[in-house]
Design a protein around this ligand. Sequence first.
Ligand code: SF4
Ligand code: SF4
Length: 417
Amino acid sequence: MTIAAAVETLVSNIDASAASYLDACVHCGQCAEACHFFENTGDVRYIPTYKLDLLRRAYKRHKDPLRGVKKLFGLVPAELTEDDLNEWSELIYDSCTLCGRCSIVCPMGIDIAGLVRKTREGMVAANIVPDGLTGAAGRALETGSPLGIKPETFQKIVAEQAEATGIPIELDKPGVDYMVILSAMEVLNFYEVIGALARIFKKAGLTWTMSTKAYEATNVGIQMGDKAIAKTLVSRVVDAAEELGVKYVVSPECGHAYSALNWEGPNLVGRTYKFEVIHIIELLNQLCEQGKITTKGKDSRRLTFHDPCQIVRRGGIVDEPRAILGQIADNFVEMTPSREANICCGGGGGVSSNPNAEELRLRAFGSKKRQLDAVKPDAMVTACGNCRNVLEEAIDEYDMVMPVLSLTELLAEYLDD
Ligand code: SF4
Ligand code: SF4
């Protein structure tokens, strides 16, 4: 471990906006109420602004413009130690899903989740990253998938879905309009979505493919705070899409993958792409609005929708899933709160890849459980494979009975072909 490297990274990450955020907290406590980790444990270490203390201390000691004067009065904090970094590892990785709910309630407009991300970069410099994340990153670099699904296995899964639907799915096909990427959890656990996509693209008359060089959208580098790994993983998707000459890359039902590719990717690769990024739910809604996807019948179950944090809060995709559900669901009910104020599934931001965090993650599900208990749906729909997996596990753990459905798969069930 290199404390000096961690401090240097933390300090170099504090630009003007981060500095203003670190100075701005008025200790109002509103972010505490917003965080599912604090709400379900009452542990004050899980209050969002407290999670920023490591970065704040590095700032106060090394970058605060008044640090010279403050030093005279003993107001500059001590240098960070190995013990500090080890203690904050749990706060930064295990008890934060980067969901951004605290950021939207902060009256001072502090981007708390963004600052947690910056702190993670310091942890990477000090080599204090949970094993679950470093393992996932290693597998992603080696095989193309954080869950270790090799291209040969991916090809087999696609072939099975093509056979099951009777629709040919051509991989690595140049000159088509759309290249679809999938979340790791979809490839491993929810591969029926591939068949659903095949049916939807056929119905809409769109040309599409998937790449054997870049079939996974999940970016562990972004979750762990390692820019070099993040860049390598984004570059794979960019290179594959540009090699095939597609017009659009379709980001899958995955929360962080959309912001990783759409917002952070161009900064990581240092240029704009030669294609557009569109989220699958945006595309499906467009196709429904254009009449290219038509449906028949409606699901009569009492359905609710879990908004994936990164899609709704950072991606702004709020009305689109509801418009699609309006077309295919007869008995839709909102949870409270929902939309931009939704409550996280508990497993985003790499938390679900981190076995150290499992017990805490399941406790944090208490907030979502209370929402579900209030609404009593027959099934919950979502638009993120990771949320779906995390929700299924927690539902099991709490002895609840409730299917968690993919919106894409649900729409495919009601196509009028
Ligand atoms: S981003 Fe979400 S999980 Fe992290 S501190 Fe804020 S509310 Fe809690
Ligand atoms: S809501 Fe904002 S100002 Fe209030 S305690 Fe949290 S970070 Fe500080």
